[in-house]
Design a protein around this ligand. Structure first.
Ligand SMILES: Cc1ncc(COP(=O)(O)O)c(C=O)c1O
Length: 369
């Protein structure tokens, strides 16, 4: 086994869920587990949320939904990505709910449902300002009416997605909420039951209580990470993921010694160089080259030279770093920590990308104290 692995703390996932439930006054939670549960491992994490009795799970792809069903998950699963007509029978077969974004495929949907003698369970997706998928909220009355009165469609929810909720100062979120609620008022005008209204991602959960409505859809916050490096820390969530490895090779190098591809780093005096056996082939970003840091013996050590596909080097200072020494890439070691938020700043990206890039090549282990 390689010495590199991800350790996921199920107790921290539980803690974060409980904090979110308390903060949202016990709103039902759709736990978002798309993209391999933000790098934490889809099946294990989904099963844990099922044990914790979340209300439903959210994924992006039909394949993710099928994988969850095949692994025995019986919770309601909602697939966010747009549904194509030729996929509808699979949604029905696997009992997956989905976002419906336009009335264009309703007729086809009806035909397929009729043939399978099944009802499709959908959440009407309204575009209140994200501009990605969904029926434009201002023009959605006809869409809502058509869906509600379709024989084989059960409108379980109506939803939208927030574009700027990670910034508590941005007025866009309140504008989106107003557009959404305005569109949703059509249900009352039609004299039909108002379905479950949901809007809040992690930013909405954190900073905009008025968006919590009937259910919340947190993703990154469940994993103990904030949406942006500088997002205000309102809830004491705990990061659930740690990334660990071991020094695979150690050497002392003289002044003027170059390290890694492109020889972008040269020692200016005698130095201790430790090789760490993971790289961008695992999702550990090449952008960390000559910028990032790791922890060895509770002390920060600088990455020197370019991160390679399977290995990278650090200059070890004031610490022993012979082969076999633990290297902490994400998480805590001896009271020091390296966070995903900090790493996203090194790579000029967002924490989401750091987490979801950590790929299947890294084994995951789970702790539950
Ligand atoms: C439709 C939808 N809802 C909720 C989420 C969760 O977002 P976050 O991870 O910011 O909480 C996502 C993720 O992008 C999403 O696409």
């Amino acid at each position: 086994m390689r010495p590199t692995f991800i350790e996921v703390s199920l107790e921290n996932l539980r803690h974060n869920l409980q904090l979110i439930q308390k903060h949202t006054e016990n709103r039902p939670v759709m736990a978002v587990v798309k993209s391999n549960a933000y790098g934490h491992g889809l099946i294990r994490v989904a099963k844990f949320y099922e044990e914790l009795a979340v209300d439903c799970l959210g994924v992006a792809l039909l394949e993710e939904g099928i994988l969850l069903r095949k692994s025995g998950i019986s919770l309601p699963i909602v697939v966010f990505g747009g549904v194509l007509t030729n996929q509808i029978s699979e949604y029905l077969k696997w009992n997956l709910e989905f976002f419906l974004s336009s009335s264009e495929n309703i007729r086809e949907l009806e035909r397929i449902c009729e043939a399978c003698e099944q009802q499709a369970v959908v959440h009407l997706k309204l575009d209140s300002g994200m501009g990605r998928v969904g029926c434009i909220a201002e023009d959605s009355a006809g869409f809502i009416e058509k869906a509600v009165f379709s024989k084989h469609i059960f409108v379980k929810g109506v939803c939208s997605h927030l574009a700027c909720a990670d910034d508590p100062e941005d007025p866009m979120t309140v504008e989106q909420l107003e557009r959404f609620l305005d569109a949703v008022s059509v249900f009352e005008r039609l004299g039909v039951r108002v379905p479950i209204r949901h809007l809040a991602n992690s930013g909405g959960v954190l900073y905009f209580p008025q968006t919590h409505l009937d259910l919340v859809r947190p993703g990154i916050l469940l994993y103990g990470v904030y949406p942006e490096p500088d997002s205000p820390h309102l809830l004491d969530v705990r990061p659930a993921l740690q990334l660990k490895s071991q020094v695979s090779f150690h050497k002392s190098v003289p002044n003027g010694f170059t390290v890694s591809y492109g020889a972008t780093w040269t020692s200016t005096k005698r130095a201790e160089i430790a090789t760490v056996p993971l790289g961008y082939g695992d999702g550990y970003r090449r952008a960390f080259s000559n910028r990032g840091e790791v922890l060895i013996g509770g002390k920060r050590q600088a990455i020197v030279g370019r991160v390679c596909m399977d290995q990278f080097m650090v200059k070890s200072k004031n610490v022993r770093s012979e082969a076999g020494t633990e290297v902490l890439l994400i998480g805590e070691q001896d009271g020091q920590s390296i966070t995903v938020e900090e790493m996203s700043a090194w790579a000029e990206t967002i924490p989401y990308e750091i987490l979801t890039n950590l790929n299947e090549r890294i084994p995951r282990i789970y702790t539950n104290k």
